[in-house]
Design a protein around this ligand. Structure first.
Ligand code: GLN
Length: 202
């Protein structure tokens, strides 16, 4: 069953994700054009939601302010909604480590914000990608912008991409979280992998 995918558009860089999802829709891999998610009712019927890069503290604040946090958590926990967090979005999905912002605690991993330094320390680098649908060790162009770093990864979490030995993209049931920005390249493999993640059917 093809999914219905959207991007959380409260703050941050949603446009490039919407463009990548529109390409997947045009290729027949999604049931509908991508949806801009700005309020709770935009979540209805959605199967896949991307939490984009931006400012994790601001996105969390706006999720709470608009009363969307509990609904988002419930939809994921019930198996209705797969989530993909990039950069700030990945920080939000992670387990709480006592720092701001308060995490959504859906992913058994912790992330250190701004671990590579300031905006000027942003960089791009070839990553090794370990998608189950691909063989060998394909590379992926990884763009890192004030990126966080994984500091702990729980036993049920699978590493999908690495920068050297370091995990930069991980997967758990119904979840994908990456510290870089696959939406800024025209390479659709990671978005395609995300929209193919299964939600539980009730
Ligand atoms: N530094 C940002 C934060 O901590 C994340 C940067 C990004 O999403 N590109 O929220």
């Amino acid at each position: 069953m093809r999914g219905i995918a959207g991007v959380l558009c409260l703050q941050g860089s949603s446009e490039p994700h919407l463009a990548r999802l529109a390409e997947l829709f045009a290729a027949g891999e999604l049931a509908q054009p991508p949806r801009e998610v700005r309020q709770q009712r935009d979540l209805d019927g959605l199967t896949h939601l991307i939490l984009p890069g931006g400012e994790s503290t601001t996105i969390r604040h706006l999720l709470d302010l608009f009363g969307m946090t509990d609904d988002l958590l419930a939809r994921h926990r019930d198996g209705r909604l797969c989530l993909f967090g990039t950069c700030a979005g990945a920080i939000l999905l992670a387990a709480d480590d006592g720092t701001r912002p308060k995490r959504l605690a859906l992913l058994d991993a912790t992330l250190d914000r701004n671990a590579y330094g300031r905006q000027v320390d942003s960089f791009s680098e070839a990553l090794t990608l370990e998608l189950p649908e691909e063989h060998g060790a394909p590379t992926f162009h990884g763009v890192f912008i004030r990126a966080p770093r994984f500091t702990r990864i729980g036993p049920g979490v699978r590493v999908v991409a690495r920068r050297g030995a370091e995990p930069v993209l991980v997967e758990a049931p119904g979840l994908l979280a990456g510290t870089f920005h696959p939406e800024l390249t025209r390479d659709l493999r990671i978005h395609r992998h995300f929209v193919a993640l299964k939600v539980a059917t009730h």
